[in-house]
Write a protein that binds this ligand. Sequence first.
Ligand code: FEO
Length: 135
Amino acid sequence: MAFIEWNDSLSVGVNIFDTDHKKLISLANSLHDSITVGSQQGALEPILNELVKYTVYHFGREEGLMLQYAYPAYDTHKKEHDALVEKVQDYYEQVLAGKTSISLSLIGFLKEWLINHIMKSDREYREFFEKRGVK
Ligand code: FEO
């Protein structure tokens, strides 16, 4: 069983974002699996880097569509995105500086954040985009 399993309750009703979320889950699962098999930090860093980069890319796509359609909760949503990016980028810099390591507690935090954010904040835009014909 995968560390994070995709299921329909995670769907936000916008195909490109469901695809993005599946990719993020897949990267988180790869990182988790690499940690649990005891991979060296040097092998984990590129996976974490890709996860951070894809997260930034995905957040930008959501924010772009929100701005395009004047989504009312844009500011609140963007603040959540910015807070995570800042936290994970800081963490990644500490990893590169050898001050901390990529651990199961990090991936546990990312799992909880991702699931909570998709299930609550992301799903809140579902009806908004649905009414505007965005799928
Ligand atoms: Fe799918 Fe708001 O991140």
